[in-house]
Design a protein around this ligand. Structure first.
Ligand code: ZN
Length: 101
């Protein structure tokens, strides 16, 4: 058990994040066929809507982001539409955000 493993953040709250642009070269963690599926397994939820606060599109992929204004440099996955997964500005996203292993 790794006690330094970051926990899920933003459950029921909004978190300010910035997308990691290299995300599209990441493979899904073991046991998942995609980052979106990984998010679903880890959060225990169905990814329906894009997590971006002002977006209502369907979530189609798992985006990878780090927290803005934070010493926490962990990478987190959130469900996003194609557009929001590629946004370069800071985003307000609805949690939960699931840390990458
Ligand atoms: Zn979106």
């Amino acid at each position: 058990m790794d006690n330094n493993k970051p926990e899920t953040i933003g459950d029921g709250a909004t978190v300010i994040v910035k997308n990691v642009m290299a995300a599209f070269s990441y493979n899904a963690p073991d046991g998942s066929s995609s980052l979106l599926e990984y998010w679903e397994k880890a959060s225990g939820r169905k990814a329906t809507e894009c997590a971006h606060e002002i977006c209502n599109r369907q979530a189609t992929e798992g985006a990878i982001a780090t927290r803005a204004f934070s010493a926490d440099k962990s990478r987190y996955v959130f469900p996003a539409c194609e557009t929001c997964a590629r946004r370069t500005e800071m985003l307000y996203v609805k949690g939960p955000l699931v840390p990458l292993p």
